[in-house]
Design a protein around this ligand. Sequence first.
Ligand code: PLP
Length: 425
Amino acid sequence: MSQPPLSPIYYFDNNATTRVAPEVVEAMMPFLTEQWGNASSAYQFGQRVRPHLDEARAKVAALLNADPKEIVFTSCGTESNNTAIHSALALHPGKRHVVMTAVEHSANLKYGEFLQRRAYDITYLPVESDGSLDIHLLDRAIRPDTAIVSVMWANNETGVIFPIDEIAAICRSRNVLFHTDGVQAAGKIQVDVRSTEVDFLSLSAHKLHAPKGIGALYVKRRTRFQPYLVGGHQERGRRGGTENVPYIVGFGRAAELAMARQEEENTRVRALRDRLEQTLLGTVPNCVRNGAREPRLPNTSNLGFDFVEAEAALMMLDQAGICASSGSACTTGSVDPSHVLTAMGVSPLRARGSLRFSLGVYNQESDVDYLLAHLPGMIARLRAISPLDAAHPDNDRFDLAAARQRHEQERGPSLAKAGSPTTGG
Ligand code: PLP
């Protein structure tokens, strides 16, 4: 299928996925070309790749200050989250209660709904208006039949960081297993499983400049574990399935790079994010930040623009080559505001006009200049024809469906098809 050539992009959606680092591609290539043997084979051609798997495991472990034996490679962050909760429930059949926050990624929330349909009881903890968690509520939610608590380390939409140390301490004192979804945190901020005692922690390589389709679950050494995928003896019997050697090697290299670049993430990337955010807050009327300023991931900014449809803004941004996202989900015929912003009590009007910008080490000052040169004018244009401002005389001029159709004709399939969730990570 022939595609028009790609025009330059200005990428502000690193929480959805990241560009694969050239160093990662380079590390993977030998295992896609010459060294394609099965690491579990008895002959030398397969056995020769085994040390590379071990090396990658050690690098991923180092990112968390874990022991390599505590790392189980999976296919993605979603599998890691599902596996942790599954393991806790399978090993404690008498305990049918799970606690998670209302702002978890769908990789957790949808598994919670799946469990509810099987008569498990799930408590979804509410959050404060700045996206933070009142840990007293967590303490009160834990019951004698609670099998596991699952709270993300950092939120993918707002970047708000939860007090994982304190949550881990509560779970330990109440003798309840604790899983944290560390998909957005690892590599961006310090994540140390020796100083923060979690039982399980999920990782996803494609948030760290490695390819999609490879993840890991940290399982604390003495935490009992029941596999989710049952099959071969791979991963010391903890996850069946022939090891994805090239991707595991790529993940290892990406973990190594993330450690080396963490300082840059917290200084240069943070400064870019702050310039972007401060300029928009200072120059665009009726623009507010969603979520606490701190503690927050250094790369994430979630901003609400009143009287704007985020989906329309994303289309305009896309036409200028700018990639960003909203937390909204498109269900047939309507746009549902983000579950994260809704849980924070953000009004539907503001939630529908909220955009997430997530930066990364490949962003430059010139990317921020470009965004700042385009976005304020786009917001003004959208507001001038906003169907959300009921008092506006031109309120019937903006036709979202027609805009989407035009957009698809010009740029290919839309960012958001009706019926498919748009929550990109
Ligand atoms: N958890 C969080 C917080 C995420 O942002 C994502 C990203 O989409 C996931 C889990 C799912 O990871 P994956 O895409 O590897 O399944």
